[in-house]
Design a protein around this ligand. Structure first.
Ligand SMILES: [Zn+2]
Length: 264
């Protein structure tokens, strides 16, 4: 390591344990921030959920839709079609709230893919044909503040030791379990030899890339001089060699008989 590298390392390098401490501190701070946000949220939906539902409800006019409600057991099935379109969609809602949500599905596929109510479900909600269905319970549980609060419960906080010295003073290491990652193992001085060097993932990927390129090139010229060199030529050689070996064997087998005949 030259002088310039050494000075950069002195200024910027962090040992793995200190790096873990920094990461834990960061995560602890993040957890506390989200916990406070979740418990200070006054709306039923999370801020992101509010944004999504506002966007979904925008530009949907229930008067443009024909809606038929058909209760089926624990589901409320709705046949919805836009007056100007021949397409008919069937969407459904839960008849009873499940943790504050009535969110179901629609045959248009949008709720399954995007996880938010489609325009057909929104039209049903805006038409007020289902009693109790509103902007909050039409959304899936994912966007409910109640679930957000469950993820960040009150009274839970992530604390972390501030530095390695505190950790050393506060705890006794167990000699039973020791981790020795490859990076911490001693290495011989100097640059390792090419054959012994551990190749990086990028180098391996490049080698693979070149191989596949070569293979593709041979495949493209199949039947031409390339293919002959690569495959056909080799086959011909093998065939010629096999014929030669066969010829030798037959000679060996035939030669004693021939010698006897010649004697006769
Ligand atoms: Zn739909």
């Amino acid at each position: 390591m030259n002088r310039a590298n050494a000075s950069v390392r002195e200024r910027t390098a962090v040992d793995p344990i200190n790096a873990c401490i920094l990461l834990l501190n960061l995560e602890g701070g993040r957890f506390g921030k989200h916990r406070d946000l979740a418990h200070n949220q006054t709306e039923v939906l999370t801020p992101h959920g509010m944004k999504l539902i506002t966007k979904a409800f925008k530009d949907v006019n229930p008067l443009e839709f024909e809606i038929y409600i058909d209760p089926q057991g624990d589901r409320l099935s709705c046949r919805v079609n836009r007056i100007i379109s021949p397409n008919i969609y069937t969407c459904w809602f839960h008849a009873v709230e499940e943790e504050g949500s009535l969110f179901g599905d629609c045959t248009c596929g949008v709720p399954r893919v995007d996880g938010i109510p489609c325009r057909h479900m929104v039209a049903v909600c805006k038409s007020k044909k289902i009693v109790g269905l509103n902007e909050n319970n039409i959304m899936p549980l994912t966007y409910h503040t109640s679930l957000w609060r469950k993820q960040y419960p009150t009274g839970v906080s992530v604390t972390c030791v501030s530095n390695i010295e505190t950790l050393r003073r506060a705890s006794n290491p167990s000699n039973k379990f020791r981790l020795c990652p490859a990076i911490s193992a001693p290495r011989k001085a100097g640059r390792p030899k090419v054959m012994k060097r551990i190749k990086s993932s990028q180098e391996l990927a490049m080698e693979k890339h070149v191989e596949t390129k070569k293979a593709a090139k041979i495949g493209l010229h199949d039947g031409s001089k390339f293919a002959e060199k690569a495959d056909g030529g080799g086959k011909k050689k093998v065939e010629v060699m096999a014929k030669e070996v066969d010829a030798k064997k037959t000679k060996q087998v035939e030669s004693p008989r021939r010698s006897r005949r010649n004697k006769k």
